[in-house]
Design a binder for this molecule. Structure first.
Ligand SMILES: C[S@@+](CC[C@H](N)C(=O)[O-])C[C@H]1O[C@@H](n2cnc3c(N)ncnc32)[C@H](O)[C@@H]1O
Length: 201
């Protein structure tokens, strides 16, 4: 099982790759970290995603954003990271590699969405706390939304992905959904339509 420090190591490695991309103009394709991540993301290329795509936990190496921009029919691409440095690096790398439009914010609560906009969400590995993030996403998702929860680095009960038993009723239902995600956790990518999320709660 991975640990909290493993998660920090991965983030550190992402910062290192991002730095050499920006400073030495290294090709992102030559990075094994990028290739590893891309391999998993390729499972998603069967999805028919169009419209708005939000990646929560997009930095520092914005692999998911770059993948989404290339693979899906995206009109609006939004990267979220609550670490301002990771967000800034993700923005620079994204622009450097793709030169396409994208928006970057520190929180989903800063995004302006039209009521008729269908938004798809990707919750990256190492995003915490998953129950809280799922709750935020749940409010913004419609029945047409696809919510992708990437396999957590550490299982529930650990310091990293802990889901408290003291959550109130509303949060508890989301926590239950997340337990369900963990139940199917042998897959690296978990896909749930928000309608299914609602049904499970
Ligand atoms: C190391 S990355 C993994 C994702 C990878 N860069 C990608 O493209 O899929 C995880 C990022 O999630 C961010 N993060 C963790 N919890 C978060 C939260 N609640 N909201 C937004 N970002 C979060 C971390 O700051 C970190 O930069």
């Amino acid at each position: 099982m991975n640990t909290y420090s493993d998660a920090l190591e991965i983030k550190k490695e992402e910062f290192t790759v991002a730095k050499s991309l920006l400073e030495n103009d290294q090709d992102i394709e030559t990075s094994s970290l990028y290739q590893r991540s891309l391999q998993r993301l390729n499972e998603l290329n069967v999805l028919n995603i169009s419209g708005t795509f939000v990646c929560i936990g997009c930095g520092p190496l914005p692999t998911t954003l770059l993948f989404a921009q290339k693979t899906f029919n995206i009109e609006r691409l939004i990267g979220i990271d609550n670490d301002p440095l990771a967000l800034d690096v993700a923005k620079n790398v994204y622009m450097h590699v793709s030169n396409q439009q994208a928006e970057f914010e520190e929180s989903v609560s800063y995004i302006n969405l039209d009521s008729n906009e269908t938004v798809h969400f990707f919750i990256a590995n190492m995003v915490k706390p998953k129950s809280e993030v799922l709750k935020q996403v749940w409010h913004l998702a419609s029945n047409k939304s696809i919510v992708i929860v990437r396999e957590p680095v550490v299982q529930a009960g650990s310091q990293w992905e802990h889901i408290s038993d003291k959550l109130d009723a509303g949060e508890w239902s989301v926590a239950k959904v997340f337990r369900q995600c963990l139940y199917f956790g042998s897959r690296s990518v978990l896909l749930f339509k928000s309608s299914q999320l609602r049904k499970r709660a």
